[in-house]
Design a protein around this ligand. Structure first.
Ligand SMILES: Nc1ncnc2c1ncn2[C@@H]1O[C@H](COP(=O)(O)OP(=O)(O)O)[C@@H](O)[C@H]1O
Ligand SMILES: [Mg+2]
Length: 369
């Protein structure tokens, strides 16, 4: 049976060092949930707390209504897959998958059936009797996955399972993992530092920094309306530009430098204002959110470099402020962007994100892109 996981104010310390201060999070039953963040932010620590391999210094973790802080790891009914497959070299594929079932004293005929079924699910039935050393990295990782899910765990934990695979295989395996998880429907907590991988596999993602969750949302939420500048820069590529807002929340006017002013769509959070002075803000403008202006108005800039990549052309543009920005345009059959060209840029005001000066508050949160 799959479970929901509830973290309430949990704290993790290694000696006196707080690694996770009071984290709360709810993972839904059957969900593919990813912990994403830079190396050292506490992803593995959190996963090991779910598994019971780490002590918990404060708060509680519950599977459905049951607090599991003091439940032994072996009693938590968890399947785990790690970066270094950790499959037994002296056992065949079937032997590896049988291991957890033998421990649980599953009767022989049922065991055979369950091994057959799971090898089908992960698509390695033809290698049933092979030894691990005669399998590729991807196949070994499928064995590790089969071994983790054949026991019908309540929760499946995966810690950077694709890190040891080459780029092509990583993409193939992440698709396989996503499909297999959908088929078996087990609540899954997946750890990665690779934002593209996280977006490809997850129902929802928690972006972490220094043990603190910065944003929980669907891949689309997190890409399109990142909660703060850290999330905006960690997920995908973006340009951070200083600007000013004035006017009312219903019709805010955006200014960049002296040469650019444009009306924004209404700001749903309101414009925090202590005076009538324009409010300094930071914009996150993704490369694809710049538009080459054709009417001679817009932010002036000069093309520093451009690269034709088929469908798209990537360019670096130096603005009048001296800041260099990165933009992506769909390639046309007409004129190309050439180094040294003077251009005028507009920005897609529905898609960009506007933050307060600290970069901590997204003023456009909740606005439809
Ligand atoms: N056993 C340990 N003892 C002391 N510090 C640890 C231990 N394990 C991890 N840490 C520290 O906790 C922080 C989070 O580590 P970790 O959870 O492994 O990060 P991630 O998996 O996100 O890369 C890091 O600063 C790391 O150095
Ligand atoms: Mg880790």
């Amino acid at each position: 049976m799959s479970v929901a996981i509830h973290f309430k104010d949990i704290v993790k310390k290694y000696e006196d060092t707080v690694v996770i201060p009071e984290l709360s999070l709810d993972i839904r039953e059957g969900e593919f949930f990813t912990l994403l963040g830079p190396s050292g932010c506490g992803k593995t620590t959190l996963l090991r707390m779910i598994a019971g391999f780490n002590s918990i210094e404060g708060g509680s973790i519950a599977f459905n209504d049951k607090v599991i802080n003091n439940v032994a790891p072996s009693k938590r009914n968890i399947g785990m897959v790690f970066q270094n497959y950790a499959i037994f070299p002296h056992l065949s594929v079937a032997g590896n998958v049988a291991f957890g079932l033998q421990n649980r004293k599953v009767p022989k005929p049922e065991m055979k059936q369950r091994i057959d079924d799971i090898l089908n699910v992960v698509q390695i039935s033809q290698y049933r009797e092979r030894m691990p050393k005669n399998l590729s990295g991807g196949q070994q990782q499928r064995v590790a996955l089969a071994r983790a899910i054949v026991i019908r765990p309540d929760v499946l934990l995966m810690d950077e399972p694709l890190s040891n695979l080459d780029a092509q295989l990583r993409i193939e395996m992440r698709n396989a993992i996503k499909e297999i998880q959908q088929e078996v429907g087990i609540t899954t907590v997946y750890v990665t530092h690779d934002q593209e991988e996280a977006m490809a596999v997850s129902d929802r993602i928690a972006v972490m920094k220094s043990g603190i969750i910065q944003h929980v949302g669907t891949p689309r939420d997190i890409y399109q309306r990142p909660a703060n500048l850290f999330v905006a820069t960690f997920i995908g590529r973006t340009n951070i530009i200083n600007a000013e807002l004035s006017g009312e929340s219903a019709a805010p006017l955006l200014r960049i430098g002296s040469g650019y002013a444009e009306q924004l769509p209404p700001i749903p959070t309101g414009i925090p204002r202590v005076s009538q002075e324009p409010l300094p803000v930071k914009l996150s403008v993704r490369p694809e959110e710049f538009i080459l202006s054709e009417d001679g108005t817009g932010l002036p800039g000069r093309i520093v470099s451009s690269m034709f990549l088929g469908l798209h052309t990537h360019a670096h543009v130096e603005l009048e402020s001296g800041q260099r920005i990165e933009m992506i345009e769909q390639s046309t059959h007409g004129q190309e962007l050439a180094q040294g060209d003077q251009v005028r840029l507009k920005i897609d005001t529905r898609k960009i994100n506007v933050y307060d000066e600290t970069g901590e508050v997204n003023l456009t949160a909740g606005a439809r892109p």
